[in-house]
Ligand binder design. Structure first.
Ligand code: NDP
Length: 297
């Protein structure tokens, strides 16, 4: 049986290191990092995410500033708020919760965020920097995946990694990070031929698809490490609902070396990495070194 990678416990440890780093910034430099989150509309899932982000930001000793705007807010109003936050020296990180209502061009808003404050790492300049291996703010979920892998393996150099999914939020950035760690990376998607065969070559298999339990145990190379990014709510036979990943967890556990569970794997790492990015952004904005404890890569 495979080992279960406990992302929840790892995230608790990371958040503790972040809180210690924040405490040093406050006590030694008088800097209290602040994260501004913009939520447009009342999407229930987004509301939960924003609430959790705010709670964990404050628990880590930072300031959390929430801007909740109505669903009919115009693109100009959002851009004007982003501009205000860009120019506010008390704000170190800005996150605009996605998805945005249809009247607002997401990429226009993302690219209006100051590159130095783009803690989601979605600004085109941060994406470009990641692609050419320059220092940047790295998207949170992919960063969380790499941290769990490095904790498991130490070095990832030379490993064969297969990523299922090529989204801008997960698939592409996690592939860039794996490449930076000197993995041999294969990116797969809905048009990939013989996906099971490709997956079965992987020492590291990352699933970011959004299809419940798609990756089966017999797609997995014996001993492989599987990072399941998927979060899917499905109905059970008892008429309830439950969360499952993109990997058939039971089947994978019989073949793999280690697997992240859903929930409790990658999910908790995402907010922890957002907090980490906020501290990194605050340090860089004040020309301070990023604390060793949260550097990782
Ligand atoms: P997207 O829908 O943006 O991308 C899905 C990708 O999967 C696409 O590249 C698509 O291919 C590919 N795909 C879809 N169906 C298949 C298939 N049958 N075979 C092979 N590839 C397929 O999703 P995201 O990347 O945003 O999210 C993926 C999952 O991760 C979701 O379950 C989401 O909820 C979860 N997630 C979890 C986070 C966390 O914090 N843990 C954060 C972000 C996402 P193509 O490009 O060809 O269409």
């Amino acid at each position: 049986m495979a080992t279960v990678i406990d992302g929840k416990a790892f995230a608790v440890g990371l958040r503790k290191k972040i809180a210690e780093s924040v405490s040093s910034l406050v006590n030694e430099h008088g800097i209290k990092p602040a994260l501004a989150v913009v939520l447009v509309g009342e999407d229930p899932a987004s509301q939960v995410y924003v609430r959790n982000k705010g709670k964990q930001t404050v628990e880590a000793g930072m300031d959390s500033i929430e801007h909740k705007l109505s669903i009919d807010t115009s693109e100009e109003e959002v851009l004007s708020l982003v501009n205000e936050l860009n120019n506010d020296p008390r704000i170190n990180g800005i996150l605009v919760q996605l998805p945005l209502p249809k009247q607002i061009d997401e990429s226009k808003v993302i690219n209006a965020i100051s590159v130095e404050k783009d803690v989601d790492g979605f600004h085109i300049e941060n994406v470009g920097k990641l692609s050419i291996g320059e220092e940047s703010l790295v998207p949170c979920t992919p960063a969380g995946c790499i941290m769990l892998l490095k904790d498991h393996f130490g070095s990832l150099s030379g490993k064969s990694a297969v990523v299922v999914g090529r989204s801008n939020i997960v698939g592409k950035p996690v592939s860039m990070l794996l490449l930076k760690e000197s993995c041999t990376v294969t990116i797969t998607h809905s048009r990939t031929q013989d996906l099971p065969g490709v997956c079965s070559q992987a020492d590291i298999l990352i699933a970011a698809v959004g299809v419940p339990e798609m990756v089966k145990g017999d797609w997995v190379k014996p001993g492989a490490v599987i990072i399941d990014v998927g979060i899917n709510r499905i109905s059970t036979e008892e008429g309830k609902t439950k969360l499952v990943g993109d990997v058939d967890f039971k089947g994978a556990m019989e073949v793999a070396g280690a697997v992240t569970p859903v929930p409790g794997g990658v999910g908790p790492m995402t907010i922890a990495c957002l907090l980490r990015n906020t501290v990194i952004a605050a340090c860089r904005q004040h020309n301070l070194d990023v604390p060793e404890a949260i550097k990782t890569f």
